[in-house]
Design a protein around this ligand. Structure first.
Ligand SMILES: Cc1ncc(COP(=O)(O)O)c(C=O)c1O
Length: 399
């Protein structure tokens, strides 16, 4: 069976909550900002007025009523897409698999700057592709290393055609690629005839409301953009989109159709109705405020507990959901999950974010959904677990 060769990550156990545990594991949004009463009356109106349509199968096009909501979000990072370029998805996870199946080819290497969202490598592997880690420097994926990696692979008879990037408030590091580096990367991708997959769930979640131009805004013909409502609205609706160069959209639409037949008309209509009435500004502001507060609580507690002279390092993120903690000498963080769970705190070890074990010496903390009043306590438990466990070396520590 396929699953015999592709064991799942042990994430469900890590994401277990309940009891007294403070979970910093799951990248869940904080849905306190969602106006549930308003939503519930909108859904009830949708049912009353057009229930037979919104509960019916629909086409493999993004619903026309949802297109302005998508264009509004993409426009905030300088990007745009026509209806012809849009393909509906159930979220970016499906978008990743649709791209891998529809544009990639089994056996192809696919380039990923790591640490990377584990669902990306899993989607590429599911499509028979071979994820390859791409070296980085302080600004992100290194164009010189991209040339080197692609040329070496091609000299070896391999043909990488896709470069995956989560360029803004990356899961798991929180890092953003600066605009000049984006331009350099896109120029290198053009030179090397690579398509770029831009996975962008967090781009509008800067704590100060600022934005960075999307890769898609800088080179729409080279970039397949994956958008999702999971982090700016709600993941339970399972609704997202692909904005593809026009010549690739039909193949992606066919692949999406095989995967789901059609998207949820009800989810699309719910989001469209919300956007028409309220726009995105207030909701985005609510989310940004919530994440800014939680991130500050977590970073301040980490500073206090781990101290400037200790072996653990992190950069304060400017947005998104995550904080990436690295051990100076590369402590293997997988071995810390048990002791941490025993004293009631959870996180995701760095090994989940590598192609191999290159990030085993780090760990990801999600502040996005941790209750504010328990963040300091959770960090205190984490510090105790980190201090109490001996430090066997792991490759890939302070990077
Ligand atoms: C970088 C990244 N890509 C894709 C996804 C999948 O999101 P969804 O399928 O809910 O849109 C996530 C979820 O956390 C993510 O962090």
């Amino acid at each position: 069976m396929w699953t015999d060769h592709h064991p799942g990550a042990a994430l469900p156990e890590l994401f277990a909550t309940g009891g007294d545990t403070v979970s910093f594991a799951g990248g869940l949004p904080d849905l306190e900002a969602l106006p549930l009463r308003t939503l519930s009356s909108q859904v009830s109106r949708l049912m009353g007025l057009g229930g037979r349509l919104t509960l019916q199968y629909t086409t493999t096009r993004v619903a026309p009523s949802l297109v302005p909501a998508i264009r509004d979000l993409m426009g905030r990072e300088g990007a745009s897409a026509t209806s012809e370029q849009l393909v509906p998805t159930t979220g970016s996870q499906m978008g990743l698999l649709a791209v891998a199946l529809g544009v990639g080819a089994p056996g192809d290497p696919v380039l990923l700057p790591t640490p990377a969202y584990p669902g990306a490598a899993a989607a590429f592997r599911t499509a028979g592709m071979e994820p390859r880690a791409l070296p980085e420097d302080a600004d992100g994926p290194d164009p010189a290393a991209l040339y080197e990696t692609v040329r070496t692979l091609r000299a070896d008879g391999r043909n990488p055609r896709l470069l995956y990037c989560n360029p803004t408030f990356r899961n798991p590091t929180g890092a953003t690629i600066p605009t000049p580096r984006r331009r350099e990367l896109l120029a290198a991708a053009a030179d090397l005839e690579l398509l770029v997959v831009e996975d962008n769930p967090y781009g509008l979640l800067a704590f100060d409301g600022s934005t960075t131009p999307a890769l898609h805004a800088l080179d729409p013909e080279r970039v397949i953009y994956l958008g999702t409502f999971s982090k700016v609205f709600a993941p339970g609706l399972r609704c997202g989109w692909i904005a593809a160069p026009e010549h690739l959209a039909p193949a992606l639409r066919r692949t999406a159709e095989v995967m789901t037949l059609s998207p949820s008309a009800l989810s699309q209509a719910t989001i469209a109705a919300f956007h028409t009435r309220h726009g995105w500004d207030d909701l985005l502001d609510g989310y940004r405020t919530a994440y800014r507060e939680r991130c500050a609580l977590m970073a301040d507690a980490l500073d206090a507990e781990l101290g400037p002279d200790g072996p653990w390092r992190f950069d304060r993120p400017d947005g998104g959901f995550y904080l990436w903690l690295r051990h100076r000498d590369g402590q293997d963080t997988e071995r810390l999950t048990g002791p941490a769970a025993a004293i009631g705190v959870s996180f995701v070890p760095g090994s989940h974010f590598g192609v191999g074990r290159e990030h085993a010496g780090a760990l990801r903390l999600a502040f996005s959904n941790a209750p504010r009043r328990r963040i300091a306590e959770g960090v205190c438990r984490l510090a105790a677990a980190l201090a109490a466990t001996p430090a066997p070396p792991a490759r890939g520590g302070d990077r």
